[in-house]
Design a protein around this ligand. Structure first.
Ligand SMILES: NC(=O)c1ccc[n+]([C@@H]2O[C@H](COP(=O)([O-])OP(=O)(O)OC[C@H]3O[C@@H](n4cnc5c(N)ncnc54)[C@H](O)[C@@H]3O)[C@@H](O)[C@H]2O)c1
Ligand SMILES: O=c1ccn([C@@H]2O[C@H](COP(=O)(O)OP(=O)(O)O[C@H]3O[C@H](CO)[C@@H](O)[C@H](O)[C@H]3O)[C@@H](O)[C@H]2O)c(=O)[nH]1
Length: 482
């Protein structure tokens, strides 16, 4: 290993941070560095990506992702000290500090397929840095990576970079949740900064801490070892996902015992040792992170020769898959065991509210199961485009995609009311505030539907089932026994 990469203590200088580059303009790189630029007007922040359409969108009035509050921040900082560009090399070359915020999806082929993280984007970014950065830089792992990924990055830098370039790798995992990204970034529960236990490692850690300390409470900036920081990200997501699967397992028991999971979870929440968050039962967790990071943890455990640990975390995924399936099966069963040619309104498609993201959305599995059983779906989501739904489900019947062989029986609708017209059932799959609003005219919706009219609530949206039953609806709620 070459001495210019600080696995060893050296007296080489770590520059103060005046110019930041972020590789990857996605759901994490975009908001994270936009907030950083907004809060630190004296630091030049360049977000770079190989995806031209994404960069074009970041430079336009239609940002590529929807996050409450993000538009205003980008508008204020863009062109002042925040820049979006496809010039990856130029951005790297000028940077004192480089966030690596590329995607780390689950491998789909080869060794570890279906479990291991695909690190090809991390490797490609690291190789670019090694080749292009003449002076060296602090490199910050922002992506979620398996424990000890920094070691491989270090080896790449050692092998490829010029000998007078000095690099230091830090781990700074991101904990923002989609839909509340700006809020989370402005007031994070914690900012982890992991470094090697060397003088230079600690100095680099301090440099990054200085940047965050411009707006983050000092007690929330936590420094630790590099490997602990990498593993903390996987551990946090595993623990959160585990809570969701645990309450969904309890929900299944509730449905068979006339118990109500919302009452049971509120009883549990009162215990401060259990805590109040992440105990909402429903149709299972989605999103680009929980499943991928659990798979990553399962693979890591197997690679470390810990099959019992791997099996333990795998069960969280098994319970989640079963929860989605069980919800779809319940719909078929309650609707007289056949949904062939029945119209069903799907309300919500995003994996959670306040985002247009559909990655691993439970709605995809539920819709696929219902379509498989012959239903005709009418899908409405306030933030998910019809092209995103087409990508997730395959093109709708009647759409003009001539080269696609398999077409699906669904339409994308412009409103909740429109989706419900003529439907036998409405199914809540995302907890959008507009579905819970007092402004919803349930009487009119009931009148517009086929009879009997069912409601299947997978997101605890219906607060007064008795009122809806009085109107004539047959109401089923996840985790509520009747
Ligand atoms: N989405 C979230 O809420 C979230 C939260 C915390 C952590 N994370 C983690 O952050 C990482 C990024 O997630 P994301 O959701 O932003 O992914 P994303 O797919 O939205 O964005 C990644 C971007 O990186 C770009 N990219 C890939 N290789 C590149 C290269 N060599 N040079 C330049 N650009 C390159 C891609 O084109 C893409 O636009 C992942 O590891 C993820 O697990 C995500
Ligand atoms: O009680 C709950 C809480 C969440 N969910 C579902 O769980 C999924 C994930 O929700 P959430 O964690 O709020 O959103 P993400 O954007 O996926 O954020 C998670 O994943 C990110 C990526 O790693 C982390 O940074 C965040 O800290 C972590 O919360 C969604 O489908 C939710 O509907 C439930 O079903 N019940």
């Amino acid at each position: 290993m070459s001495p210019h990469v600080s696995y060893f203590d050296t007296d080489a200088e770590i520059r103060s941070v005046k110019n930041i580059c972020c590789i990857g303009a996605g759901y994490v790189g975009g908001p994270t560095c936009a907030v950083l630029a907004w809060k630190c007007p004296d630091i030049k922040v360049t977000i770079t990506d190989i995806a031209e359409d994404r960069i074009r969108a970041w430079n336009s009035d239609e940002l590529p992702i929807f996050e409450p509050g993000l538009d205003d921040i980008v508008k204020e900082a863009r062109g002042r000290n925040l820049f979006f560009t496809t010039d990856v090399d130029g951005s790297i070359e000028a940077a004192d500090l480089i966030f690596v915020s590329v995607n780390t999806p689950t491998k789909v082929a080869g060794i570890g397929a279906g479990l291991a993280a695909d690190l090809c984007y991390i490797e490609a970014a690291t190789r670019r840095i090694a080749t292009v950065s003449k002076r060296g830089a602090i490199i910050v792992e922002k992506s979620t990576v398996p424990c000890r990924t920094a070691e491989s990055m270090n080896q790449i830098l050692s092998a490829l970079s010029p000998s007078n370039a000095t690099f230091e790798i830090l781990s700074n995992p991101e904990f923002l949740a989609e839909g509340t990204a700006v809020e989370d970034l402005l007031d994070p529960a914690r900012v982890l900064i992991g470094s090697m236990p060397t003088t230079r490692g600690r100095l680099a850690q301090q440099r990054l801490a200085e940047v965050y300390s411009r707006w983050v409470r000092p007690e929330a900036i936590v420094t630790m070892g590099l490997w602990s920081s990498e593993l903390s990200k996987l551990a946090a997501n595993a623990l959160l996902a585990q809570r969701v699967s645990s309450i969904n397992a309890i929900a299944a028991i509730c449905e068979r015992t006339e118990a109500n999971v919302h009452e049971v979870s509120s009883a549990c929440r009162l215990d401060l040792r259990i805590g109040s968050k992440f105990l909402e039962a429903g149709i299972g967790f989605g999103g680009s992170c929980f499943q991928k990071d659990l798979q990553n943890l399962v693979y890591l455990s197997l690679s470390l020769g810990l099959p019992e640990v791997a099996e333990y975390w795998k069960q969280v995924l098994v319970m989640n898959a079963w929860t989605k399936q069980r919800f779809a099966r319940n719909i078929v069963q309650k609707m007289f065991s056949t949904i062939t040619a029945k119209h069903i309104a799907i309300l919500g498609f995003a994996f959670k509210a306040d985002t247009g993201d559909t990655r691993e959305a439970p709605a995809i599995d539920v819709c696929r199961d219902l379509l498989e059983d012959g239903a005709l779906l009418h899908i409405y989501d306030p933030k998910v485009s019809s092209s995103a739904i087409n990508r997730a489900l395959g093109p709708a019947k009647g759409s003009n995609v001539s080269f696609q062989s398999e077409q699906r029986a669904y339409t994308v609708e412009a409103s909740m009311q429109q989706a419900c017209v003529g439907a036998s059932a409405l199914v809540f799959l995302t907890k959008w505030a507009e579905f819970e609003s007092h402004a919803v005219d349930w009487k009119a919706i009931y009148a517009s539907m086929s009879k009997p009219a069912w409601i299947f609530d997978g997101r605890n949206i219906v607060k007064d089932p008795t009122a809806l039953k009085k109107l004539g609806f047959i109401v089923y709620q996840s985790g509520v026994g009747y």
